[in-house]
Design a protein around this ligand. Sequence first.
Ligand code: MN
Length: 339
Amino acid sequence: MPKTSAAAKSVSQKFEGLLVFGDPHLEGRQPNFRKDDYPNVIFKKIEFCLDYCRKHKLQPVCLGDLFERPRDNPNWIIGQLIEMTRQSPVLGVFGNHDCAQPQLNDDDSLSVLVKSGGYQLVSSSDFWTGEINGRRLVVAGSSYRHPIPKSFDIRLVPKSGHADRMANQKPPLVIWLTHHDIDFKEYDNGRCAAHEIENVDVLINGHIHRRLDPIVLGKTTWINPGNITRRSRSESNQAHVPKALHVKVSDQGLKFEDVVIPHQPFDAVFHEAIVATEQEQGESAFVSGLKELTHRKTDSGAGLNEFLKENLHQFESDVANQILDLAKEITQEDIANYA
Ligand SMILES: [Mn+2]
């Protein structure tokens, strides 16, 4: 629904700061080559974040992609999220995985959580604000595909406190959440150049699952903490430590601290890759791929996807496309975009 005026969600609850976590990608089945009890493992990560917030008096914040699939999620997953967030509503943006269309709509699972009050979407006009340790904090954001602004109008932020304090009140601290392909160094798919955002202290981005070095541009720092869920068996994931970001707010400004999310070692989470023997390598990629396929019965057909990626090039393109369409129908994965 279009908003005609800025609306700030102001809270009276006593907070000391925020805990920001990225891209949980909840789903009911086992993704890719994961071999653990995926949905319950991800729920434990979210529960850890909410518990940490209760202990340290923090507002939980999600950077989007709460769901892996926008729709058709099992009822028990949505019900459990509603229960978990009843006492601790989460602030956040929506990611590309949360919406089937470019915009979040009523058919998407995240909308149910928004309507239950468990997930409060922030935008440039609907921002959250509260007073923490004598300093006003604003959390606003740009969901997936929404533009990242060049400035934020702090005149929209309600003033608070005693009249005699108002005159020399410091400007609010402003945090901007995004879910974008930002042009961080060492990220090849960057499409949005980072820039200073007037009146914004820190931009925190989801979407890019790796942790990347922050960029400082003028008064704005761009941070990419990486996700709390390891999705693929990639090399970067082998080194990735799932972490959330503890944002401490004081009269002096913002401070950041990593919070490691308890997690199993990489080898306990993912099926080991099947390495073909020398003899098999001599035979063909087809044979070694078949070996992986027959050893790994993954829910998502990850073995089949890998196998096709390796072998489809040997077929005429119309044959390859038909095989891809069939595989997509069976696995419900878009293999062309498989990563
Ligand atoms: Mn994501």
